[in-house]
Ligand binder design. Structure first.
Ligand code: UDP
Length: 252
C-alpha cells in the first residue's frame, strides 16, 4: 500500500513533510515502481529560483519526492503553520540510500562533479570508490564527470542505461541537475534519480562538510560561504526568501 503523504505548500510548490524514516520508506517504494522517479532535495534558493523559472517550477511540482533540505524551509514551515517534521539533508539521505542498496546488492551510477579530483581521477570515481568501501555489497555501475556538452547527453543517458544502474546520483549543481533528470527521466531505466549537489565532492574529500557545530545550529550555509565566498550572490536570496514568507503569512 502506498505510504500516506503530508505536504507543505510554498507558493504552489509541494514539499513532503517527512522525517528520515519516512523518506527511506518512500525511497524503497519508488525503487519498486517501473518508471524512473525523481527525488529533489530543495532549499530556499531553489524555491526562489522557481518563481522566475517556469520550467523549474513545473519540474518541482512533478517530482516524486521533495525532501526538505535547507533550514530556511524549516523556518518557513513554522511561520506558515505547516511545520515540517525535520530537516533531512540530501547528503545524509543519499548516503542512507546507498547503504540500503548495498544490503540488497543493487547498483548505482555517479554522474557529475569535476573530471580531476587529484591524481587525474574524477571526483565521481573517487566518491564511488569511497562509498563502495564504506558499504560492502554496493555495486558501482559506472561513473562520469559532469562537464559535458548538451549534444553529449543522449550518449550519456545510453551509457547509464547500458550500465544497468538502479539508482542514479546526479551532481551538476542546482537547478542544472534537476533539469537534466527531468529532460531524460522518460528514457532513463534507473528506478530513481536524485540530484545530490556537492555530495560527491564531500565523499571524495575535495570539499569539507560543515563541522558538527555549524550543522547543529543550521549554519551550514555560513560555513559554505566561508569556504566559497563567491557564493555570496546566490545566498543574498535567503533574506528575500524569509521576507516573502513573512509577507505570505501576513496575507493569510
Ligand atoms: N558541476 C558539474 N557540472 C557543471 C556544474 C557543476 O558537474 O556544469 C558540479 C560541481 O563540480 C560540483 C557540483 O556540481 O561538484 C555541485 O555544484 P554546486 O556546489 O554549485 O552545487 P549546489 O550548491 O548548487 O547544489
Amino acid at each position: 500500500m502506498a505510504i500516506q503523504r503530508e505536504k507543505m505548500h510554498l507558493w504552489g510548490i509541494p514539499i513532503d513533510r517527512v522525517d528520515g524514516e519516512t523518506t527511506m520508506a518512500i525511497f524503497e517504494e519508488l525503487m519498486e515502481t517501473p518508471e524512473c522517479s525523481m527525488i529533489v532535495t530543495p532549499n530556499s534558493e531553489i524555491i526562489m529560483a522557481a518563481s522566475k523559472d517556469a520550467e523549474l517550477e513545473r519540474l518541482l511540482c512533478e517530482a516524486d519526492l521533495m525532501i526538505p533540505d535547507g533550514i530556511g524551509l524549516v523556518y518557513a514551515s513554522k511561520i506558515l503553520k505547516q511545520p515540517l517534521a525535520e530537516r533531512v539533508t540530501g547528503i545524509d539521505f543519499a548516503d542512507r540510500a546507498l547503504a540500503r542498496l548495498a544490503e540488497e546488492g543493487k547498483s548505482v551510477y555517479f554522474l557529475g562533479s569535476k573530471p580531476d579530483g587529484g591524481d587525474g581521477v574524477s571526483v565521481a570515481r573517487m566518491a564511488a570508490d569511497r562509498k563502495a568501501q564504506e558499504h560492502p555489497g554496493l555495486v558501482i555501475a559506472g561513473t562520469r564527470d559532469g562537464y559535458f556538452k548538451p549534444e553529449d547527453e543522449e550518449e550519456i543517458v545510453a551509457q547509464i542505461n547500458a550500465s544497468g544502474a538502479e539508482l542514479l546520483l546526479v551532481a551538476l549543481g542546482s537547478p542544472k541537475q534537476e533539469k537534466f533528470i527531468q529532460r531524460h527521466r522518460h528514457q532513463l531505466k534507473a528506478k530513481v534519480a536524485i540530484g545530490v549537489g556537492g555530495s560527491l565532492d564531500v565523499w571524495a574529500g575535495t570539499l569539507k562538510r560543515a563541522p558538527e557545530f555549524f550543522r547543529k545550529h543550521g549554519l551550514e550555509w555560513l560555513y559554505r560561504l566561508i569556504q566559497e565566498p563567491s557564493r555570496y550572490k546566490r545566498m543574498a536570496v535567503l533574506p528575500l526568501f524569509m521576507i516573502k514568507v513573512i509577507v505570505t503569512k501576513g496575507r493569510k
